[in-house]
Design a protein around this ligand. Sequence first.
Ligand code: HEM
Length: 295
Amino acid sequence: MPLRPPLALAPAPPAALALWLRAAAGPAAAALCAARLPAGVLLGLGRPLIDKIGGPHAIPALQSMHDRGGEGGAPPCPADQAELWLLAHGEDPGAALLRARAALAALGPGFSLIAERSLYRHREGRDLSGYVDGTENPTGEDAVEAAIIGEGPLAGSTFAAVQPWAHALDRLARHAPAARDALIGRRAEDDVELEDAPPQAHVRRTAQEDFAPPTFLLRRSMPFGGLAQHGLLFISFSADAAAFDRVFGRMLGEDDGVVDAIFEFSAVIGGGHYWCPAIDEDGRLVLGALLAPAS
Ligand code: HEM
């Protein structure tokens, strides 16, 4: 059966709804196998659910996200690994909601909602801080190579890292525009990279070519929230399950003690790793690697 084009490769839509779910006691594997998901939906399975269904040897590259930071000047970064993560794209928030409802109906009654976040596009793909987000993303064939597993039992699937960040925009506003640009390493006005960006600037901590081997993430983050709390739901896809942890480790200064300046105005409030199986043209999840793990 031919596969749907992976939703990970689609640009971030005008609106989306992200759901975090838990499997109730019962046959989660049967429900996942039987589901026919609507188009425009992506499903990610966390380690706790994979352990329940396929056992500890299934999808061995996938680890739960754990709390990090809290040492050497890096702020604490709590994780909240869930069993299942669902992302529904939409042309507007209503369309995303209806698509998420259709996906939940397809999954059946065996899954319960833990949390949800309504996501939206801000200007032409900017973070709420005003900075263009996604400029250095790989594109075309490079994006496919970076994000989608090309061969083997996991072919067509991808690993997602999903991490909500809450912004303190008043803290950002206290800085003059040039000092704000130095936190990111790019100019808000025209997105040009600063040649003299300091070592703690976000783009210097995360520069993808600087890793050995180079570590490319396909980022599809989107803003969320209202007045009380708002920020960025960081979403990245990679064919390498450990890629996010390497980049995030540098943001925390785990290698050289230099902590990413983005923490000046934003804080991690959760996070999880998910394996997103390919979906065939009928909307069925391709779960062979989960149900019959290679021994
Ligand atoms: C509050 C959270 C974050 C915000 C607002 C943010 C924003 C940005 C912005 C404005 C850029 C520059 C333009 C671009 O290339 O996209 C950027 C680049 C980048 N970010 Fe983030 N980011 C956040 C968190 C993260 C996290 C958690 C990671 C991964 C662990 C990450 C990885 C990257 C990478 C790989 C680049 C491209 C670096 C390069 O090769 O030039 N970001 N981010």
